[in-house]
Design a protein around this ligand. Sequence first.
Ligand code: 1HA
Length: 270
Amino acid sequence: ISWTPIKEFKEILFTQFGGIAKISINRPQVHNAFTPLTVQEMIEAMRMCQDRTDIGVIILTGEGGRAFCSGGDQSVRGHGGYVGEDTLPRLNVLELQKIIRSIPKPVIAMVAGWAIGGGHVLHVVCDLSIAADNARFGQTGPNVGSFDGGFGASYLARVVGQKKAREIWFLCDQYDAQEALDMGLVNKVVPLDKLEETTVAWCHKILQKSPLSLRMLKSSFNAELDGQAGIQELAGNATLLYYLSDEAKEGREAFMEKRQPDFSKFPKFP
Ligand code: 1HA
């Protein structure tokens, strides 16, 4: 598989193969721990994926084969957040989580090695997770003085159930790929040397599907859980579909032509 660079960044790689974009944290020396800059770059790459009509599916991963992501870089954790060049303490990974959840294209976590702490939450919020057999999953918050009570708690509990989610956070144990599969935390486990090939094969299956259908489904799955923000997403997609119709176009055209709209020809469906 030959990935073509989309844009150069400092702490991530952002590449493309056909309709697949790959966002990969490139800090393998610290098991792909993220800094505010890493997160900011991932957000920018996600935004680019959102706007690019030729991209249909996004892979989120980490370089090196030994870690997906080990969470926030503890060496830059300061007073109230993770500190970058602008010296402001930030928790901007929360913003990235929201984007992964709401971007209207499937996001697949491709997990080799550690998915730990805030790195674990990142795979949890992805639509699908494919794990290599060397993957290890867990939360560390109560060990290192942190917690993610947002998606990291409530969505995790929706995925694995309340008892298991509380176990994961209260004990901070690490779970292997098979255990993750058994608890519904990942979709599939494959040998490490088959990880990318399998993930790309899943992407190709997805790319053959109706993009609007996938878009509606993603926002439908979110709607139930995300309250008014979830309904806003689903309803925004309903508006998009309505704007494609002659009926909605008649409303706009009548306004522009300064006449009364004639909706009489449009059916009142049962
Ligand atoms: O909870 C949140 C948030 C909550 C709300 C809102 C925002 C949040 C944002 C972030 C987070 C968090 O992510 S808190 C949790 C932070 N992460 C961790 O506690 C995991 C720390 N790492 C480990 O426990 C271990 O490294 C490991 C289980 C993943 C792997 O262990 P292993 O194989 O023994 O490797 P190790 O030797 O520990 O790591 C290799 C190198 O990577 C080490 O550096 P070296 O000694 O070679 O110089 C290690 O220090 C470094 N490293 C690993 N993880 C991190 C890290 N350096 C900085 N930050 C890390 N997270």
